[in-house]
Ligand binder design. Structure first.
Ligand code: GDP
Length: 300
């Protein structure tokens, strides 16, 4: 994955140096941990996550499981892999469907994060799996957001609930509520509610998203974040957690070549799992996020 190319290369280099050694001394372990720390920081992984991660790796690498291993270097790589899976959220977390349909999924995040595109991706993926999703256009902030969602809905082959001109325009909370009601009446089993973002964290946007959340009581609130925004990812995630809160994270633009380490910090810093990854502009560039697969890709 392009986003983590540099990090992968750096870690591969570190492990290559380690493999030339037989038994590992404390100095070898410290040197390796220092290099891992530098590689993670350069990839923009948040300092507190790096500290916790390297602390655990160091402790385990100095312990018996490495000391007694036939191949200590390989054992250290294994430990790094396991700890990376942990900071990425551990087990894969799947969508939780409501016992009584429809399952309500609300999307939140900054403007340009990829929410509208994601709405289409998620809907298409769900429809392929036998669900009957509908999209709700509650982003009334951007002039053509509603049209954009209609285009995405058509591409995905799923219907879109959009406000009639003059009816609910300017009131996204009402559109969201009416959209959910409509979905119930039409027996859709999943409703995906797109909401408005702003270019930066903004009190009005947070209030609107929190009001929508309160009005529709979603089963999942997915925080959509552009992996390319670097260190701002962490403060943005924290602001959304405080302002709206979310049940899961979606990383977008993992196809980009920016350092994606900040995005890697989010699960660990917020305690919320990364549930999906978006890797391009096409509706098929989308997949459930597997912490173990991502860790393997980074360490490949
Ligand atoms: P929103 O403002 O959060 O609804 O964001 P949009 O869905 O409109 O996406 C903003 C831009 O990012 C659009 O040009 C999308 O085509 C693009 N985009 C969305 N997801 C991805 C992705 O995973 N990779 C890439 N390269 N572009 C994406």
């Amino acid at each position: 994955m392009a986003t983590f190319g540099n990090l992968s290369d750096r870690l591969a280099e570190t492990f290559k140096n380690l493999r030339t050694k037989g038994k590992l001394s404390a100095a070898d372990v410290d040197g390796t941990v220092r290099e891992i720390r530098r590689a993670l920081l350069e990839a923009d992984v948040a300092l507190e996550v790096v500290k916790e991660f390297t602390g655990k790796v160091r402790e385990r690498a100095l312990g018996d499981e490495v000391n007694k291993a036939l191949n200590p270097a390989q054992q250290v790589v294994q430990i790094v892999n396991e700890e990376l899976v942990q900071i990425l959220g551990g087990e894969q977390r799947r969508l939780e469907f409501a016992k009584k349909p429809p399952t309500i999924i609300m999307l939140a995040g900054l403007q340009g994060a990829g929410k509208t595109t994601l709405a289409g991706k998620l809907a298409k993926w769900l429809a392929k799996d036998g669900h009957t999703p509908i999209l709700v256009a509650a982003d009334l902030q951007r002039p053509n957001a509603v049209t954009q969602l209609e285009v995405v809905g058509a591409q995905a082959g799923v219907p879109v609930y959009a406000p009639e001109p003059g009816n609910g325009v300017g009131d996204p909370v009402r559109v969201a509520r009416d959209g959910v009601k409509f979905a119930q009446q039409k027996l859709h089993d999943v409703v995906i509610v797109d909401t408005a973002g702003r270019l930066g964290v903004d009190a009005d946007m947070m209030k609107q998203a929190a009001d929508i959340r309160a009005a529709i009581d979603p089963d999942e609130v997915l925080f959509v974040i552009d992996a390319m925004i670097g260190q701002d990812a962490v403060s943005t995630a924290r602001a959304f957690q405080a302002g709206v809160d979310f049940t899961g994270v979606v990383l977008t633009k993992l196809d980009g070549d920016a350092r994606g380490g900040a995005a890697l910090s989010i699960a660990s810093l917020t305690g919320r799992p990364i549930m999906f990854a978006s890797t391009g502009e096409s509706l098929d560039d989308f997949e459930p996020f597997h912490p173990d697969r991502m860790a393997s890709r980074i360490l490949d």
